[in-house]
Design a protein around this ligand. Sequence first.
Ligand code: TRP
Ligand code: SF4
Length: 343
Amino acid sequence: MNASDNNPTTPMRILSGMRPTGKLHLGHFKGVLENWLQLQHDNQCYFFAADWHALTTDYANPEIVKNTIWDMLLDWLAVGIDPEKAVIFIQSEVPEHAELHLLFSFMTPLPWLERVPTYKDQIEQLREKDLGTYGFLGYPLLQSADILIYMADAVPVGEDQVPHIELTREVARRFNFLYRKPDQPLFPEPKALLMPASKLPGLDGRKMSKSYGNTIEISEDWATTEKKVKTMPTDPARVKRTDPGNPEKCPVWDFHKVYSTAEERAWVQEGCTTAGIGCIECKTCMLRHMEEELQPIRDRRIALAKNMDDVRDIVKTGNEKARHAAGRTMEKVRKTLKMGYRV
Ligand code: TRP
Ligand code: SF4
């Protein structure tokens, strides 16, 4: 018996991607990146910038990708995604993803794609964009190729993406069934690692989202964050300092739940409901913790941004590692598809 036999966390091969569509905010940090940070410790992680995925919806504005991709990669590195532990790369730098997507497209029944819930939802929600395209219908299959090309065991995703992992499992099964002997499957069936949604709401209490204009960006400076928090709404019942309030009706309370200690939260409960403390005092207590967390990240980000050549080298190395792994899979795929006629 070796050590890993009774190790409950046998390292897994993990893959996840994020679309470069704008500056990352604390919702991304708390909802996704903190999860990745945990996973990179004891697993082989592949994290990539899904630039082709961004183009499935923003094909008419390719400058969005160009303007945001390095900001996103800087945000990843600043929060501590570690190139020593994880392979960090850009999707389009590994064209093998597209080759596998193409080969999968031949054997994937159309209804499998048409019934993916995000398909009709997104077309409805993003009315201003024409998403009646071939590529938009097929993007969950591109995602399957992203995942299977690294033989990933597990994929950390939010709830909305779970059907895409389900599709990936079906695609893996179909490929194995059509082309391989039952006892010699090529692709594993990856599982979804469901990431709980971020507990941190936006500044107005709704979900933190660029489209609501209620975000705190990872890369903004402290004065900006402080000003945003100090002017964010509180329990509307607290018109005057002497009016008691109810933390449950105040988005600042959700911030305390993420950042403050149990003692401080008791102080907020008592002080708010008895008008013993003012809202600025209450916010200042939470802001101390937030600053402690964000300042080192922002310092690191500034330092990284001053050395973009080093950052590009990090991603170059990641691209090469990813290409190597993807290339090995594609050799097996081509062999499986009897492409021995290639010279
Ligand atoms: N489709 C994902 C999203 O929109 C991003 C993504 C692309 C992804 N490829 C992936 C996530 C592979 C996990 C695994 O958020
Ligand atoms: Fe919100 Fe704190 Fe003001 Fe109460 S005291 S309303 S919890 S900011």
